[in-house]
Structures are given as structure tokens and as C-alpha cells.
Ligand binder design. Structure first.
Ligand SMILES: Cc1ncc(C[n+]2csc(CCOP(=O)(O)OP(=O)(O)O)c2C)c(N)n1
Ligand SMILES: [Mg+2]
Length: 357
């Protein structure tokens, strides 16, 4: 008999269908999401759409700036995952904590960090959020409680856990939003953090952004279970799945999750099913996935879903949507101009803000 381990695993990997739920539209909006639309109202929902458009436009410009060599080093784009960041962080309070991986542009913009300070960081300028010393992977903001972009896969998880512990220790009702990838969930630190969070009932919101790939490896090839919420069971932790391409689902889910935890802290694992439209980083042509697969996910583009819904609601007509896009494009161009004009850090900066015993 052939041992199971010798079976040709490659053939067992399915071509990914988009498993996303029903795309947003007035006709098929559940009662829960109708209530969410009413709660948000025209101004906030349009504002959230604007944030998503800003993330997309910011990153499209980043690609260009990289090609023109204005940006150097690594560049991991978030395009496709916008609804997740905007929806989930939109359900949080300004004093909550957030921490994420190197794919941090969308999270930083969703927290309201100005595009200028982020573009300047990408250009390596002293006016950047990390004084030009962090680059794309290391956005950080004390004012917005963003505890970083982190380049070590899973490295942000114990930091987010620490923020949750702080809230618990001081008896505040803050929560800690810990974003990480489907690759990172297999790192030891996730499992250690999950155990501690559950044991001490910490307000840690573990959000696994399952974009189906860790670099060029499909997550099914790297994970022993394909329903990532199962990983919470070993830690007696609550878990749920969310359609990460759907802004309202992301917002509504987090609204409930966060509200409960402010009153009665406990951790939760949320698996957000999403997709990145670009390769792992700017230098990855993503030849490991099919054109059909990418197109299938483009049909559930998170931006288009919200734009269609806003149109159906009569809250954003075509003319107003085009104006919004023009405004956003200008905001990004202003960010580029600011980054261009800003100075590089002085040589003394090298040893400033660096931990040294
Ligand atoms: C500890 C560690 N191991 C390996 C790497 C190399 N590496 C960088 S990104 C990455 C894939 C992570 O994938 P995932 O967690 O799914 O996040 P995504 O890039 O999809 O957002 C790997 C293996 C690293 N940076 N750190
Ligand atoms: Mg991934």
C-alpha cells in the first residue's frame, strides 16, 4: 500500500473558486446588512467607499513610483483587500490598537494616517511616518495606535497580544486588532499568543487575512486544515468567518465582536476570506495562479460592490462618484509632491529612535 504521505499532493490542490458570499446589492441585502446600511447612513458609507478608493489609488501610484525608482526596497500591495481594513477598522474606536504585517498600506490609510506621511515614508523622506527609516513594511503611528507594519511573518502577533494585555491590566475597554496572513497562522507565535489570550481572557481580535497565498504557495499546501477557524478550537477560543471582500459584512461582524468584548473581554479568531490582486510583492509576477482565478475575484471587487450599492441607494450617482475619484487622485498626487519635496533624513537620524542597550 502507498503511504498517504507519498500521494501526489499537487493534483489534490483545487483551483480556487471565489467562495465569497453574495455580492452587495440592494436586491439581496439581508435584514442584518440593511440595518447596517441604515446605521452607517449616507455620509459614513460614502466616506468608507472613499477610503477604499484612496487605498487603491495610492497603491496604483506606488507601483508607478516604484517603476520610476522613487521608491526602493520592498513593496507589498494590498489591492483587493480594501474592504477588510476599512470595514473592520471602521467598527473600532480611535483609541483601540492595531498591528499588522509588511502589507500595511491599507491598514494605515484606514486608520486615517495622511497619505502624505505614508508616501513620504515610501520615498525614504524624514517627513514619513517612520522618519523615512522604515519604508513600506514599517509604517508606525503613535497618534493612531498603529503598532507597526512588521517584516517578520507573525512577528506582529505577540506585539498585538501585549497591547491586549495592557488593556486588561489597566482595566480599559480597548481592543487590540491583530492582522496577519494565512501563512502567519502556522507560525509558533500565533499559537503561543492564542493560548495566552484565551487563558487570560484578553481583548485580542486575531484577524487572519486569508488571501489564499503565502508568497507563491497556496494556503492549502501549507495548512493542515483548510477552514482556518478550526485553529481556534485548541485554545477554546471563539471563531468566525467573514467575507473579506464585502465591506458591510466586515463592518457588521466587527461591530458585534468589538462591542461584546468591551463589556466582557475575550479573544476571537476571525478568518476573513479575501484575495490580493497583485503578486506577493512588486517583483512577483504571480504566475502560480490562473487568469481565470484572478478574473473570478475581480468580479467581486470590493470597491465595485460598494459603488454599485451606493448608486442603487441613490447616495452616490455616477457624476458624484467620478468627482470623488478625481478628488482622491488629487490627494494622491499631492502626497507624491509632498514626498518629492521633503528632505531625506540627516545622517544623525541613523542612530535616533533605535533601541540600543
Ligand atoms: C519568519 C519569516 N519567515 C519567512 C519570511 C519570508 N516571507 C515573507 S512574506 C511570506 C509569506 C507570508 O504569507 P501570509 O502570511 O499569507 O501573508 P500575505 O503576504 O499573503 O499577506 C514569507 C514566507 C519572513 N519574512 N519571516
Ligand atoms: Mg496570504
Amino acid at each position: 500500500m502507498t503511504p498517504a504521505s507519498a500521494a501526489p499532493r499537487k493534483n489534490a490542490i483545487p483551483i480556487h473558486p471565489p467562495e465569497q458570499g453574495v455580492p452587495l446589492s440592494l436586491a439581496n441585502l439581508s435584514r442584518r446588512l440593511r440595518a447596517t446600511v441604515e446605521e452607517l447612513g449616507r455620509e459614513r458609507l460614502t466616506g468608507m467607499y472613499r477610503q477604499m478608493v484612496l487605498i487603491r489609488a495610492f497603491e496604483q501610484r506606488c507601483e508607478q513610483m516604484y517603476q520610476q525608482r522613487k521608491i526602493a526596497g520592498f513593496l507589498h500591495l494590498y489591492m483587493g483587500q480594501e474592504a477588510l481594513a476599512v470595514g473592520m477598522l471602521g467598527a473600532c474606536r480611535a483609541d483601540d490598537y492595531a498591528v499588522t504585517s509588511y502589507r500595511d498600506h491599507g491598514i494605515a490609510l484606514s486608520l486615517g494616517i495622511p497619505a502624505k506621511a505614508l508616501m513620504a515614508e515610501l520615498f525614504g523622506k524624514v517627513t514619513g511616518v517612520s522618519r523615512g527609516k522604515g519604508g513600506s513594511m514599517h509604517f508606525y503611528s503613535k497618534e493612531k495606535n498603529l503598532l507597526g507594519g512588521h517584516g517578520i511573518v507573525g512577528g506582529q502577533i505577540p506585539i498585538g497580544l501585549g497591547a491586549a494585555f495592557r488593556a486588561h491590566y489597566l482595566g480599559t475597554d480597548q481592543v487590540s486588532m491583530i492582522f496577519f496572513g494565512d501563512g502567519a497562522i502556522n507560525q509558533g507565535v500565533f499559537h503561543e499568543a492564542a493560548n495566552m489570550a484565551s487563558l487570560w481572557r484578553l481583548p485580542a481580535i486575531f484577524i487572519v487575512e486569508n488571501n489564499r497565498y503565502g508568497m507563491g504557495t497556496a494556503f492549502e499546501r501549507a495548512s493542515s486544515v483548510h477552514d482556518l477557524t478550526q485553529k481556534a478550537q485548541g485554545y477554546a477560543m471563539e471563531a468566525r468567518q467573514v467575507d473579506g471582500m464585502n465591506l458591510l459584512e466586515c463592518y457588521a461582524a466587527l461591530r458585534e465582536v468589538v462591542e461584546v468584548r468591551r463589556r466582557n473581554p475575550s479573544p476571537i479568531l476571525i478568518e476573513a476570506k479575501t484575495y490580493r490582486y497583485r503578486g506577493h510583492s512588486i517583483s512577483d509576477p504571480a504566475t502560480y495562479r490562473s487568469k481565470e482565478e484572478v478574473e473570478a475575484y475581480q468580479r467581486v471587487d470590493p470597491l465595485q460592490q460598494v459603488r454599485r450599492l451606493l448608486g442603487e441607494l441613490g447616495w452616490l450617482g455616477d457624476g458624484a462618484a467620478q468627482q470623488l475619484e478625481r478628488d482622491v487622485r488629487q490627494e494622491v498626487l499631492d502626497a507624491v509632491a509632498f514626498a518629492e519635496e521633503s528632505p531625506f533624513p540627516e545622517p544623525e537620524e541613523r542612530s535616533r529612535h533605535v533601541y540600543a542597550p
